[in-house]
Design a protein around this ligand. Sequence first.
Ligand code: OXD
Ligand code: MN
Length: 586
Amino acid sequence: MELNKAVKSWVDEMAALCKPDNIVLIDGSKEQADKLRAEAEKTGEMMKLNQEKLPGCYLHRTDPNDVARVEGRTFICTSKKEDAGPTNNWMAPDEMKALLRGIYDGSMKGRTMYVIPYSMGAVGSEFSKIGIELTDSIYVVLNMIIMTRVGEAVVKQLGDSPEFIKGLHSKAQLDPEKRYIVHFPEENTIMSVNSGYGGNVLLGKKCFALRIASFLGKNEGWMAEHMLILGVQNPKGEVKYIAGAFPSACGKTNLAMLIPPKKYRDMGYKTWCVGDDIAWIRLGEDGRLWAVNPEFGFFGVAPGTNEKSNPNALAATRTNTIFTNVALNLDDNTVWWEGLDKNPPKHSLDWKGNPWDPDSGVKGAHPNSRFTAPAVNCPCISPEFENPKGVPLSAIIFGGRRAKTAPLVYEALDWEHGVYVGSAMASETTAAATGQVGVVRRDPMAMLPFCGYHMGDYFGHWIEMGKKIKNPPKIFNVNWFRLDDEGHFAWPGFGDNLRVLNWILDRCEGKADAVKTPIGYVPKPEDIDLDGTNVTLETMKDILSVDPALWLEDTASVRELYKKLGDKLPKELAKQLDDLEARLKA
Ligand code: OXD
Ligand code: MN
């Protein structure tokens, strides 16, 4: 396997900067991966788990100061500041490169630089794009092998082309003060340094497939979105696809792998996971939107994953999985996390590797501990997962965690109103990013931390796409987290969310009724099937209700966000906001 001239010359340049002792090209072979696993075991970078119970599984612990994405240290370095926009950190590219050069200089001394050729999307698909990640971490290599398609086939596909996304990662000294996750969208380049945490260092994921790809998508007329893709198969055997954007850790992976309630399984319903985190979406010849999941695995949050919440995800983690920052059961060399079951191991180490007492009040697993699992392990992985053409979208759903404001589900009036609904998304913060937990923040399309350019231009791109789509998917908003007056979740969620998805898909086919309200079309309480739940019609009425006063508070906060975007805010959205307020006041 021979790298082309463009790749070689960039690798040489980066090697001259980072000064590794060796350079190793990742070929995608099992032999090489086995060798790397053995080496990581020897150095303690990874720990082999019980190979009878968890064949091919390993545990890794990050530095305790390095357990989540660092939004404060993530930069979009476009040549003009206004192109990065007010929601991204920015520094002039030359200034940033000078700063980074100092940090990378000699950072790989005594280490090996691994060269990972990888494809986001099935190799050779029209949707797909190629990246090369350079890293001094075996953990990164082994994660990238799970999360992307790597090796020889990718090099062959790239051929002589200089068109690849450059990604340079060095753990350096894991110094949080010198930690930078930097994107140069105009140069197809990502530079990540002083971190070893997945979201910062698996450069194919958030950095490439969202930040760089969103920028490419805007210029090339497609969309890179922070969305799951789910197929719902009805008893007639027809499969309809839904893409959904939710802020981090809002039950997105659970929805992507939803299991229908028993009644529905008995009727013949099935659900298929195409993707749990990212969707690349293009306009098809039929005038519909088509989507692929560019990833090859799942980088899921472990805590809360269990037999009830997500048996498919749990099953996916039983072989060839890398666990990061979970607790280690010393009795049988298996892993544990909060919410896995009610039996925390008695004899164990916590995520930092310290002896752990479950009764101490200290958590065994870090709240943002993760599993990196091959997608093919998932029992409900879609037969279309590898389809190079993707799947056609019937609906797009936006969601968030709102105690009171948003009803269980509503449908946008049309595409432009749907773009407004996405732009107005909001949720409580979680542990996936560093910072305060439990604060409501606006997170348009769940892209706030992942948009590689000005958010106003991003909204504009959505509006422009809408003008080109002859058969657009309908757009909906869901809120599984509405609370009742006692502060309990009023909707059972999980598999029962299929009842809501069915209403959504019926709406797409003109088969379900709705009430037109100021915020959009809301189901009649009796239109959502409650048979087999203990939700009463009264409760359903309550969680479908819309309080104009609360909504006017919300629109005021959307107005603040819009103000920040200045004259890049599309006039269509400004009008949507005015119109919504007028409808709410009427
Ligand atoms: C993630 C996220 O998927 O933070 O890790 O969104
Ligand atoms: Mn995500």
